[in-house]
Design a protein around this ligand. Structure first.
Ligand code: TYM
Length: 332
C-alpha cells in the first residue's frame, strides 16, 4: 500500500468544518487504500503562543475528533508529534538546507508574521514549513492529502527532499500533495471570499465540529448570500451560495446539480434549512462520539502511545540514515 501522511494543528475547543471537509473526510476514505499515518502537530501549534493546559487538552480533543470522524486507530497510525523526537531532529537538518529567502517566500508565514508584527514573530514560526517537511519525509510518504492552503508547504518539502538526495544520495521519497478540487477551500459563512479558519474575525462565520446543532443551524441561517434569490453554483458572482452548495454536496454525497434542481424556485430559506439538516446529521454523531472518547482520557492516551511507538519505529530508521549521510559520528 502507498504511504500517506497528514496532520492537523490541535484546536482549543473544536476543529472547524473546513478541516473536516478539506482534510478529515479524505483521510477517512484514503486510510483504506493507503498505509496511513495521521499526526496531531503540537510542535507546530507552539509557533504561536499557547496556554500549556489548554494545549494539552486541545491535543486530546483533536485526536478524539480524528477518531470520531472515522480515523480507525487499528487501521491507521495516529499519534502526537511531540511524542516522536525525530521530527524536530530532522527539521534541524532541513533548516540547514533551506534558504532564508526561500523560507521568507512562504505565504502563510508572510500572512501570519504581517498580522503579528516582527517582534512577536518567532524563529519557530519562520521554521514551521521545514518541520512540516520533516513530518512528511520521515515516513517516506508518497501522498499528502491537504487543503489548498498547504500546497506551497508540500512544494517546499519536494524541493528539500530533492536537494538532500542530490547532495547526500537517494534518501527521501518525493511526496505529492493530494488536493481535492471541489473541497480544497471551504469559505467563511459571513465573508465567503475568505477561507474558513479558526482565526476568523467573527465566530458567526465558522462552523465548529463540536457546535451544538441549534448553533450550527443559526450560523447557516445567517450566512451571507446575495439578492438574486437563485440557488445556483457560480463562485465569481455568488460566492456565498456556492460555498453553501459545496458544503451541502460534500456532506450529503449528492451532486451540486441535483441540489440546484431540488431548490429551483424555492429561495434561500428552504435551501438553508435543508443544509442545516445535512450539517446536523453529519456532525451530531461525531460530536457525541468525541465527547464519549473524552470521557476516557486514559484510553485515548493509550491509543496515542501505541501510535507513537509505530511512528517512531519508522521515523527513527529514517533519521539514522540521514544522520549517517550528513556525516554525524555515530555514538559508540
Ligand atoms: P491546519 O491545522 O491549519 O489544517 C488542517 C487541514 O485542514 C485543511 N483546511 C482546510 N481545507 C479546506 N478549507 C478550509 N477552510 C480549511 N482550513 C483548513 C488544511 O489545508 C489542512 O489540510 N501545516 C498543516 C499541518 C501539518 C501537516 C503536516 C499537514 C503539519 N505537518 C504534514 C500535512 C503533512 C496545518 O497547519 O494544517
Amino acid at each position: 500500500k502507498p504511504r500517506l501522511f497528514s496532520g492537523m494543528q490541535p484546536s482549543a475547543d473544536s476543529l472547524q468544518i473546513g478541516n473536516y471537509i478539506g482534510a478529515l473526510l479524505q483521510w477517512k476514505q484514503m486510510q483504506v487504500s493507503h498505509d496511513a499515518i495521521f499526526c496531531v502537530v503540537d510542535l507546530h501549534a507552539i509557533t504561536v503562543a499557547q496556554d500549556p493546559r489548554e494545549l494539552r487538552e486541545a491535543t486530546r480533543r483533536t485526536a478524539a475528533q480524528y477518531i470520531a470522524a472515522g480515523i480507525d486507530p487499528e487501521l491507521s497510525t495516529l499519534f502526537v508529534q511531540s511524542h516522536v523526537p525525530a521530527h524536530p531532529q530532522l527539521a534541524w537538518v532541513l533548516n540547514t538546507l533551506t534558504g532564508y529567502g526561500e523560507a521568507a517566500r512562504m505565504t502563510q508565514f508572510k500572512d501570519k508574521s504581517a498580522r503579528q508584527g516582527t517582534d512577536a514573530t518567532t524563529l519557530g514560526l519562520f521554521a514551521y514549513p521545514t518541520l512540516m517537511a520533516a513530518d512528511i519525509l520521515l515516513y517516506g510518504a508518497q501522498t499528502v492529502p491537504v487543503g489548498e492552503d498547504q500546497r506551497q508547504h508540500v512544494e517546499l518539502t519536494r524541493d528539500l527532499a530533492t536537494r538532500f538526495n542530490s547532495r547526500f544520495g537517494e534518501t527521501f521519497v518525493i511526496p505529492e500533495a493530494q488536493i481535492q478540487k471541489a473541497t480544497a477551500k471551504v469559505y467563511d459563512l459571513q465573508e465567503p471570499t475568505n477561507k474558513m479558519s479558526k482565526s476568523a474575525s467573527t465566530d458567526k462565520g465558522v462552523i465548529w465540529l463540536l457546535d451544538e446543532p441549534a448553533k450550527s443551524a443559526k450560523k447557516i441561517k445567517s450566512a451571507t448570500t446575495d439578492s438574486d434569490g437563485e440557488v445556483r453554483f457560480d463562485v465569481a458572482s455568488k460566492p456565498g451560495v456556492s460555498n453553501l452548495l459545496t458544503i451541502y454536496s460534500v456532506l450529503s454525497g449528492r451532486t451540486v446539480a441535483s441540489i440546484e434542481t431540488e431548490y429551483a424556485g424555492r429561495g434561500y430559506g428552504d435551501f438553508k434549512t435543508g443544509l442545516s439538516e445535512v450539517v446536523v446529521e453529519t456532525f451530531a454523531p461525531i460530536r457525541a462520539r468525541t465527547l464519549e472518547l473524552l470521557d476516557d482520557p486514559a484510553e485515548l492516551d493509550r491509543i496515542l502511545a501505541r501510535g507513537a511507538d509505530k511512528a517512531a519505529a519508522i521515523a527513527d530508521a529514517t533519521l539514522a540514515t540521514v544522520y549517517d549521510r550528513v556525516g554525524f559520528l555515530p555514538r559508540a
